[in-house]
Design a protein around this ligand. Structure first.
Ligand code: G4P
Length: 533
């Protein structure tokens, strides 16, 4: 790596790789995360898989009862570990079936993503949206085709499906030798070497690797090698080769085959993250101007989470450092309120464990404890003013009226609803006449409602009842259009806390009809809506 020109922040940024792993539930994201930690030396090895399993429990944030009951990860954590001469920041995205706002925000803080697919299942429809988001945002994507130790599909068929369904061209950098279920090793297409793996009991330690040339591989693997060699010449013919520029533009995806469970192919993938994924670059501010990496500190809050630690009620704002050097204790400015903000309680959060962070650089994530006034999308900076653009959100598609069951708890209910709105767990919409009494919760997926109901009851002591509505489409409207819209059947107008008015429609068809009949009405797509249609 040639030394980058510039100051210390540029040098430190060049060492960093900040990425997220995205996958379908059960494709192996947790296992791969754990194995990255193993290869990064961040998990104790030698004591066997049990230790790794315990580690897994510890690193998978399970701060809510609900999460534990269901065995899913609803919240995200940030894991940082050194690898070679780099610093890897792995942003964990919620791995449940239900796509939520949270995942999208985490992607806004990442410079690249690793997509994990189950070799036998390929692309699964529920989470297709997530991959589309990466593509739409031009986020560089690496693909890991996992569980090759089990019977699965033909590798050519799997990569073909990725191309067809996501529209990203897979460029395999490794190719499996041995059919799915009889996995022997991979060919490293960059060097032509055959990397042969040996299984280690329960994948508790790194899988031993033996590197052979083509002749050695042919001797060792016979028929399996011939087949892989044939497939490789086919790939060469269609030109499915890595191109750095196309990868960085999100058009092609370096693809790897492996088995997270047995550690096969994990090192090659982690090496590729370090070698190929971009390091943090200067971020554009609201005005579209670059904030140089060496400018004074600035950071973007991409996630706010409450009560991670049940022993202390707290609220953590996760901030991605975008420029300069972050030092704990520095007093920064909150761009939205222009108020000073003291960073005395800054942590790096490793799963549930917290460590005080002293210094952080572009690409790193800092958890600011008890950052009560900080919201998702806020910028904090030192000295030179900067405000980063809002993180685009998905247009909600589900709307439910929420009512407190016990009117004696109205105050707690209001407080809880406001808090959930600020954290972005759900969006809260209020009726123009009814105000706070029966707000409408708006979400991208139903899991967001479940989290909201659970938290209102357990954290705020306000059990609630949800009644689904039949609205499915939201558009931004204005005061002038409000009265005619409210007079229509199948339409309502509600207000967000920031004063934005949203017109809700029962169907897109109905919205189109209204637009065709009254083209003068203001009905603008929400930010991010255009992307998902
Ligand atoms: P997720 O976070 O994407 O939801 O997936 P997770 O890693 O939890 O993996 C889901 C299941 O798939 C787990 O089995 C895990 O052990 C298994 N798995 C992950 N990677 C591989 C692989 O490379 N090969 C094989 N054969 N299995 C793999 P489980 O039975 O649900 O959980 P557990 O009892 O192993 O914890």
């Amino acid at each position: 790596m040639s030394a980058p020109e510039g100051g210390e922040a540029t040098t430190e940024a060049a060492r960093r790789r900040t990425f997220a792993i995205i996958s379908h539930p059960d494709a192996g994201k947790t296992t791969l995360t754990e194995k990255f930690l193993l290869y990064g030396g961040a998990l104790t090895t030698g004591a066997g898989a049990v230790k790794a399993r315990e580690g897994r429990r510890a690193v998978t944030s399970d701060w809510m009862e609900m999460e534990r009951q269901r065995g899913i990860s609803i919240t995200s954590t940030v894991l940082q570990f050194p690898y070679r001469d780099h610093v890897v920041n792995l942003l964990d995205t919620p791995g449940h079936r239900d796509f939520s706002e949270d995942t999208y925000r985490v992607l806004a803080a990442a410079d690249a993503a690793v997509m994990v697919l189950d070799a036998a299942k390929g692309i699964e429809p529920q989470t297709l949206k997530l991959f589309e988001v990466c593509r739409e945002r031009g986020l560089p994507l690496l693909t890991f085709i996992n569980k090759w130790d089990r019977p699965g599909r033909d590798p050519l068929e799997v990569i073909d499906e990725v191309e067809q369904r996501i529209g990203v061209v897979p460029t395999p950098l490794t190719w499996p030798v041995g059919l799915a279920g009889d996995f022997r090793g991979v060919v490293d297409r960059r060097t032509g070497d055959y990397v042969r793996f040996t299984r280690v009991a329960r994948g508790a330690t790194e899988a031993p690797e033996e590197v052979l040339d083509a002749a050695g591989a042919a001797d060792a693997e016979g028929e399996a090698w011939t087949r892989a060699a044939d497939e490789l010449s086919l790939l060469d013919e269609v030109g499915a080769s890595h191109d750095d520029e196309l990868f960085r533009a999100g058009e092609t995806s370096p693809t790897f085959f492996g088995s997270a469970l047995t550690n096969f192919g994990v090192r090659l993938l982690l090496d590729a993250v370090v070698d190929l994924a971009p390091s943090p670059t200067p971020r554009l501010d609201e005005a579209g101007k670059e904030r140089p990496l060496d400018a004074p500190f600035s950071g973007l809050v991409f996630k706010v989470q409450s009560n991670m630690d049940r022993a202390h009620r707290d609220r953590i704002a996760y901030l991605r450092v975008c420029s300069g050097r972050f030092e704990r204790g520095m007093v920064v400015t909150h761009a939205r309120t222009h108020k000073p903000f003291a960073t005395k309680y800054a942590h790096s959060v490793f799963g549930q464990e917290r460590e005080t962070v002293e210094v952080a650089w572009p690409g790193d994530v800092v958890g600011l404890v008890n950052a009560t006034e900080v919201r998702v999308g806020d910028t904090l900076y030192l000295d030179e003013h900067v405000a980063y653009p809002e993180i685009p959100s998905f247009a909600p598609e589900q709307f439910s009226v929420v009512r407190v069951r016990d009117t004696g708890k109205a105050k707690q209910f209001r407080k809880g609803v406001t808090q959930l709105d600020e954290e972005g767990v759900v969006q809260v919409l209020r009726d123009l006449d009814m105000g706070d009494q029966a707000p409408v919760l708006a979400a991208v997926g139903p899991m967001q409602f479940e989290v909201a109901v659970h938290r209102l009851e357990t954290e705020f002591g306000a059990p609630v009842e949800l009644s689904p509505t039949s609205y499915t489409v939201a558009r931004v409207t204005d005061e002038a259009s409000t009265t005619p819209l409210r007079g229509m059947r199948g339409v309502t107008v509600l207000e967000r806390a920031d004063g934005t008015r949203l017109a809700l429609f029962e169907s897109r068809f109905w919205l189109d009809r209204v637009l065709a009949d009254q083209p003068d009405l203001t009905l603008d797509p929400l930010v991010g809506n255009a992307m998902v249609g």
